[in-house]
Design a protein around this ligand. Structure first.
Ligand code: AMP
Ligand code: MG
Length: 520
């Protein structure tokens, strides 16, 4: 008997729809990373697992990758997704990287429980990494077991697909598999593997790793690879490495702005968890803001609030400074000149973030034109949300539906759905009056303004308590139905789905999740 009332043989491949069609279960992998110097990674194959079972395949993503979903759900497909069988063209490896963890330099991290199988060029011509996370021990595992619990697998699957549906750059989840083995965390839990798809797994920490071990020539090799693969327009630039630094900063600034606009808190913005292509990566103790408060921290390991909601832009810039340091020798032969180039780029990061964030706030308020007072208007709303204990997502969503001219009296039906979210509705009444005055400057059709606002203010985010319920069901009962239901709703976050209203609501007091865990 297992720990949670299930036995090991319940993990046999089965109910999740495995067919016998094994013929086409392969992946047309390419291996550009594996052709870089061997000092960049370690060749290692996934360790097979006892009794894999498919929890979920992301069919639309499989199709986007040109893979056959039927073949992937066959026994042979399942074996690939579990690491029990290698695709013919795989040259599996674990990537080396270093990083600053909570500000402290750690010279050696690396994929301790993830194996890169190779790359697939998708239907849009974009090369994407196929990685099995939870695939067993690698030379970078240190004292870890190389495995993942099903809980974090479900969390990462949910988060990456929810973020993608929100239009936020992110790694994706192609599949989740239960391994039929237990992993030992605070308690024994069922093991899982997630197939992660990323435009890149190169991190700021990858540059740090190569810089600290191999110096400028190693960094040049890595930078050339990243430019060719991810920023091909820069190949011909006068100063390709300066252009690379600027481009990474632009994408990162836009990414962090997009996080803030939906209330996302990454939780562990260490340099090893920061992609060089501006995708959200490594979902650990992340969380979404419910009641808006700028200093919100969920992560149990972030005792100092280093990675709080409102610290994220400054931390991203700090991480970009670490990237810039590794590139210095390539920016200019003269050290002082190189530092000046890097400093200019870092200043530009702050400007880019601000422009991107402010433009997003304007869109959230339904404003098309730029006026100087707009940002103050937005900050004022955020401030009264913080003071009035209002739910961030619901406030913006319901604001979208308000009329431009307003109800007869403040407490009449019209504004009720928004003002009721505030402990002191008066503050909101005063604000909404100003907002309407501002709207009046724009000749915009009301219905068009409302639908434009609904297209940027989601009705549904991955609320922490809902993620937790899906994780608990998975760990305790191997029940993946809550995950399925959530994914269905979160795949259309900007659509009203009245039959699923419960997923749009903040947690009840007893449901509130105050802490999130790495829970590897
Ligand atoms: P993370 O907190 O997931 O960003 O991981 C930080 C570092 O710890 C990375 O080098 C991971 O590969 C490694 N790591 C995390 N969990 C495990 C595990 N269960 N076994 C081996 N290495 C791990
Ligand atoms: Mg990580």
């Amino acid at each position: 008997m297992g720990y949670y009332g299930f036995t090991m043989n319940e993990f046999q491949p089965g109910p999740a729809g495995c067919s016998e069609n094994e013929n086409f279960a392969d992946m047309p992998l390419e291996n550009t990373y594996a052709s870089l110097p061997e000092t960049f990674y370690s060749r290692v194959a996934p360790t097979p697992v006892a009794a894999p079972r498919l929890i979920r395949l992301n069919r639309p993503l499989a199709e986007q990758l040109g893979l056959d979903p039927v073949a992937l759900t066959s026994l042979a497909g399942l074996e690939i997704l579990a690491g029990n069988r290698l695709p013919k063209a795989a040259r599996p490896l674990a990537m080396g990287y270093a990083g600053h963890q909570f500000g402290n330099w750690v010279p050696q991290l690396g994929d301790g429980r993830a194996v890169l199988l190779g790359e697939i060029v998708d239907r849009d011509g974009i090369r994407r990494d196929i990685q099995l996370k939870g695939a067993g021990i690698t030379p970078y595992s240190r004292s870890g077991d190389g495995r993942a619990s099903i809980g974090p697998v479900v969390r990462e699957y949910l988060a990456s697909e929810a973020m993608a549906a929100l239009g936020i750059a992110t790694t994706r989840a192609l599949a989740a598999v239960a391994t039929g083995e237990l992993v030992y965390r605070a308690r024994p839990e069922p093991g899982g593997i997630i197939t992660r798809v990323a435009s890149s797994h190169v991190r700021v920490g990858t540059f740090q790793y190569i810089a600290s071990r191999q110096g400028a020539e190693g960094v040049r090799t890595l930078a050339d690879y990243v430019i060719r693969r991810h920023y091909p327009d820069l190949v011909e630039a006068d100063q390709p490495y300066t252009a690379l630094l600027q481009a990474v900063m632009e994408r990162t600034a836009d990414l962090v702005a997009s996080w803030l606009l939906v209330g996302f808190i990454h939780g562990v913005m260490n340099t090893d968890n920061m992609s060089v292509v501006g995708e959200t990566i490594d979902y650990g103790p992340f969380g979404f803001v419910d009641l808006y408060h700028p200093g919100t921290v969920y992560s149990s390991i972030d005792t100092q609030g280093r990675y709080a909601y409102n610290q994220q832009p400054a931390i991203a810039q700090w991480n970009m400074a670490r990237l810039a340091e590794t590139l210095l020798p390539l920016l200019d032969d003269d050290e002082e000149a190189a530092v000046a180039v890097a400093q200019t780029a870092l200043t530009a990061f702050a400007d880019r973030f601000e422009a991107s964030y402010h433009a997003g706030l304007r869109r959230k308020l339904g404003l098309m034109e730029q006026r100087r007072e707009d940002v103050d208007l937005a900050f004022e709303l955020l401030q009264i949300m913080a003071r009035g204990g209002a739910d961030m997502t619901l406030t913006f969503r319901r604001l979208s539906n308000l009329g431009s001219s307003g109800p007869e009296s403040a407490d009449s039906a019209g504004d009720g759905p928004v003002r009721n979210l505030f402990e002191q509705p008066d503050a909101f009444d005063a604000w909404v009056h100003k907002w309407r005055q501002r709207l009046a400057f724009e000749q915009r059709d009301e219905a068009e303004r409302q639908s434009a606002m609904r297209a940027v203010n989601p009705a549904f985010i991955l609320r922490n308590h809902l993620a937790q319920q899906a994780v608990d069901a998975a760990i305790e009962h191997l029940d993946f139905q809550p995950m399925e239901s959530l994914l269905a709703v979160l795949s259309r976050p900007f659509d009203d789905q009245p039959q699923h209203e419960q997923y749009s609501l903040p947690p009840k007091p007893e449901e509130r999740v105050l802490r999130t865990f790495c829970g590897t």
